[in-house]
Write a protein that binds this ligand. Structure first.
Ligand SMILES: [Zn+2]
Length: 487
């Protein structure tokens, strides 16, 4: 089986072949930090997180970069409206972004570059575009000369002439072509600026992504991902800039997720149907938000409503209960692996369908990351588990089957992150540490009073709970250790 990916560039599903065997250079457009991100923006963050981790699960070394746009018109507007500095706005919302992706169980990207930390590299890239004849300057503004790039439109399928005749493009006498876009914008009052060969100013949005992606991943990326609203002009312009500068293909596979709709409309502030991811995870489990996205193919539009999310949450709880029931049933049992030859009757049938479910799960994921089809297999496996759990007699083989289901769920959870860590306490780490410290202190007091039996009991009980106490000359310390769990 090989992985297939739908490539927006070629408009078909293709075998996924990274340029270097075993290694994937993966870039996804990140947030512009001027507000909390809305639940629609959470979709690419969640689905591309799962794809990245699935690639890791399949044995690829993945370098995953997601930028943070911290200089932009929207940010400047927000700062001016609030009467605060741009830095204050970007720091506040960059922090909020990191907190929110953490809550959504998204693994931090390998690189999270901020635009304002890469201005020199952006200037360098613009200089290269001048050198290659793709940039021109007017009164301190620098534009990309779209007419010079013969492949312009290859991602979006738009033709330059059609775009020009299509109205709604601002006519600017200073530009060679109405489609030309800004690489560098000259400084205006109340705006941040940096020095450049073309005078003080700031970079355009598109050059930020070209610069940061190529800096961390090289001239050619394996996957460039983002929401479908970014195909034009953002990604089209990224291609034009990067390929004109390097002469090499910019990205081998372009992946785009579909829109999120609310009551059939696209979510937007102006329609008043704007809902931040932060608000949603206050009302629903973050894992339910993940499942909500994963139950739909990432390229299809998805409808958001409170009812749908509540239903998803119930479905998630059904799966979690199956896992908990299995854990309770098998607690303390030492089970060897299933020997297929010993299986007969319904046990054999169950075992065989579970094998199919597991295989099918992986096949669905390898078919353009069809998480909807994959997750469906988990529900099938849960049905088998429930049937076994309802039986009065639990044969050893059925116990082994339960163990297999449990293990498979957790195996896939290494990239789905739906069920939570097995060791999860539900207590915040800070509180937890404090509680252990209190117990350690009580034990030390007991030892000082030579109440050895009770002191040892505390140590042993903590050990059973996965906390190792170490008495040294300079005091007592503790650390969590892996519990001896029968899984
Ligand atoms: Zn971008």
């Amino acid at each position: 089986m090989s992985l297939k990916v739908y490539n927006t560039l070629t408009k078909r599903k293709e075998d996924f072949v990274p340029q270097e065997p075993g290694k994937v250079r993966f870039y996804a457009c990140g947030p512009t930090v001027y507000d909390y991100f809305h639940i629609g923006n959470a979709r690419p963050f969640v689905v591309f997180d799962v794809f990245r981790r699935f690639l890791m699960y399949r044995g690829y070394q993945v370098i995953y970069a997601v930028n943070i746009t911290d200089v932009d018109d929207k940010i400047i507007k927000k700062a001016n409206n609030e009467g605060v500095s741009i830095r204050e706005v970007t720091q506040r919302y960059a922090r909020a972004y990191l907190e929110d992706i953490y809550k959504l169980r998204i693994l931090p990207p390998d690189v999270n570059p901020r635009a304002t930390a890469h201005i020199d590299e952006m200037i360098e890239l613009i200089r290269k575009l001048f050198e290659n004849g793709y940039a021109y300057e007017v009164d301190g503004d620098v534009y990309y000369d779209v007419g010079r790039f013969k492949d312009y439109g290859k991602l979006s399928g738009k033709k330059i002439d059609e775009l020009q005749s299509g109205a709604r493009i601002e006519v600017d006498e200073r530009k060679h072509n109405p489609l030309d876009f800004a690489l560098w914008k000259s400084a205006r009052p109340d705006e941040p600026w940096w020095e450049s060969p073309w005078g003080n100013g700031r970079p355009g949005w598109h050059i930020e992504c070209s610069t940061m992606s190529m800096k961390y991943l090289g001239s050619t990326l394996d996957i460039h991902a983002g929401g479908e609203d970014l195909i034009f002009p953002h990604h089209e312009n990224e291609i034009a800039q990067s390929e004109a500068a390097t002469g090499k293909p910019f990205a081998r596979y372009w992946m785009h997720n579909g829109f999120l709709q609310i009551r059939g409309e696209k979510m937007s502030k102006s329609l008043g149907n704007f809902l931040t991811a932060r608000e949603v995870v206050k009302r629903h489990k973050p894992e339910a938000v993940r499942l909500f996205f994963l139950q739909k193919h990432y390229r299809s539009p998805i409808n958001y409503s409170e009812e749908i999310l509540s239903e998803t949450e119930n479905a998630l709880m059904r799966l979690k209960h199956v896992l908990e029931n299995i854990e309770r049933t098998l607690e303390g049992k030492k089970l060897s692996e299933i020997e297929e030859k010993d299986l007969t009757g319904p046990e054999k049938q169950r075992w065989e369908s579970l094998q199919k479910n597991r295989l099918r799960f992986i096949q669905e994921m390898e078919d353009d990351f069809n998480t909807a089809g994959a997750v469906g297999q988990l529900f099938e496996m849960a049905k088998i588990a429930n049937r076994i759990l309802e039986e009065e007699e639990l044969s050893e083989n059925n116990q082994k089957i339960l163990k297999f289901i449990h293990r498979t769920f957790h195996e896939f959870d290494s990239f789905l992150s739906l069920f939570g860590a097995e060791e999860e306490t539900g207590v915040e780490t800070g509180t937890f540490n404090q509680l252990v410290n209190i117990l350690v202190q009580i034990r030390n007091d007991l030892r000082a009073k030579k109440e050895w039996a009770l002191a040892d009991e505390i140590r042993n009980k903590l050990m059973e709970s996965g906390i190792l106490i170490e008495d040294r000359k300079d005091g007592t310390s503790w650390k969590p250790v892996k519990k001896n769990k029968n899984n």
